[in-house]
Ligand binder design. Structure first.
Ligand code: PLP
Length: 428
């Protein structure tokens, strides 16, 4: 049957992360071994308390209100009161099937074009285009001290976009960041907040990795722009519950009409997040000691494994700042530009494809995150290990050291060996 598709759909391919996952399944079906650094899936098992709570609430078969279960929304507000000192009376929470839909709903609700720091997570730009808005790229700097957005450069970007007839009204910030594993320091968040307030820019603060922060500090720009910021988060990262599809937004009551608009979007699309999940998730935000311990243990493991990868790459001469949170590295192969060019690798996509085809290592090219093709960056996620075994080993008192990686996360060791071989072959 021939049908006319909406124009925007031609621009979309399968999300690059899902496409990488499909390449892995194809390789595995052919019996080839793969090191999977393409898909950022937190690998740990569901905490018992939350699993049991889900079973206990399996009988809840009724729709819930579109904003979400009131007890859960209040519990989340109080958890965030402790984390970022918000005044619970000044905010409202909306529950959504994953924070991806919170981000999409917010982009849809707020008119105007999106300011997007580059590199940024794969879905922000496609979401902006799906609702017919423009993406205005904001430059960043990456180094061991973090992910930097220069406030004066941000202001210049806003002004020059306006001069070009664009209408920048919103920015998405993500820290710790996917793809870089780096975070934005408090001083810089404050400066960015000041510019956003001055220029009337709405801030979407994607804090999905906020509880996977290696120094244990929870950062939020909401502290510095309490009336301009919506926090978006969920359970996919720090509680390894991506498949539960649970996210939420914390919305200031002072932004007129925004909660109502989000409620309308929810009621006309997803209706509500499954009731048993909402009841179970209350346990995740009560501050239970076992859950907080789980979050800390998983964070320690993410920190060790991803910093191990960064050190391995830095030792090989690749530019790779030490990650500060999440489970990613974003190495830049610029020092090998000439040698790569000798084997016809001139873009990050070519580099990623070469590593997959020659070494069975799956990565994502920097282009997926908005980087120019000639910038030789890759996103490597450090999750290719059995989370249950690794967590048990760590909890049984095993030290996090090289031997731990060899014994419990051999694919991570193998990834570094692959890069060693790759760089050695390049230098031949
Ligand atoms: C930066 C970032 N934001 C948002 C999401 C969406 O997460 P979810 O929809 O599972 O809450 C992800 C998931 O990979 C992410 O990496």
């Amino acid at each position: 049957m021939d049908i006319e598709l909406n124009k925007f759909s031609n621009e979309f391919e399968l999300s690059p992360t899902l496409a990488a996952n499909e390449a892995v399944l194809r390789f595995k079906a052919q019996g080839k071994s793969i090191i999977h650094m393409g898909f950022g899936q937190a690998p740990f098992p569901v905490p018992d308390r939350i699993k049991n709570a889900l079973c206990d609430h399996a009988h809840n078969n009724k729709y819930l209100q579109a904003l979400g279960l009131e007890e859960l929304r209040n519990t989340i507000l109080h958890y965030y009161k402790a984390l970022v000192s918000i005044d619970p009376d000044k905010y409202q929470v909306i529950i959504a099937p994953g924070s991806k839909l919170v981000l999409y709903g917010l982009q849809m609700a707020v008119k105007g074009d999106l300011l997007m720091p580059v590199p940024s997570w794969v879905s922000y730009a496609p979401q902006a285009r799906m609702i017919g808005t423009e993406v205005i790229k904001v430059p960043t700097n990456l180094n061991d001290a973090g992910y930097h957005i220069d406030a004066s450069q941000l202001k210049e970007t806003i002004i020059s976009a306006r001069e070009k007839g664009l209408n920048p009204t919103k920015i998405i910030l993500n820290y710790p960041s996917n793809p870089t594993g780096l975070t934005i320091g408090d001083n810089e968040l404050k400066e960015i907040a000041e510019i956003c307030i001055e220029e009337n820019i709405f801030i979407i603060s994607d804090e999905i990795y906020g509880l996977v922060s290696f120094d244990g500090e929870y950062r939020s720009i909401l502290k510095y722009a309490p009336d301009n910021t919506v926090i978006s988060s969920g359970l996919s990262k720090h509680l390894s519950l991506g498949g539960w599809r649970f996210g939420f937004g914390i919305i200031p009551k002072s932004i007129n009409g925004l909660t109502d608009m989000m409620q309308n979007i929810a009621s006309e699309t997803w209706s509500c997040v499954p009731s048993p999940v909402q009841y179970a998730v209350i346990e995740a935000y009560k501050g239970n000691e076992d859950i907080e311990r789980y979050i800390k243990d998983c964070c320690d493991i993410h920190c060790f494994i991803n910093q191990y990868i960064a050190k391995g790459l830095s030792d090989l001469g690749v530019i790779c700042p030490l990650p500060q949170g999440g489970f990613y590295n974003y190495p830049n192969f610029l020092p090998y530009k000439d040698k790569l060019s000798n084997i016809d690798i001139k873009t990050s996509q070519q580099l990623s494809k070469y590593l997959l085809e020659e070494y069975g290592l799956v990565s994502l090219a920097g282009t997926a995150f908005g980087a120019d093709p000639q910038i030789l960056t890759l996103r490597l996620s450090g999750c290719d290990y059995n989370g249950e075994k690794v967590l048990n080993a760590y909890r049984s008192g095993k030290d996090l050291n090289e031997q731990f990686i060899i014994d419990h996360a051999p694919n991570i060791k193998e990834a570094i060996c692959i890069f060693e071989r790759f760089i050695a072959n390049l230098s031949r």
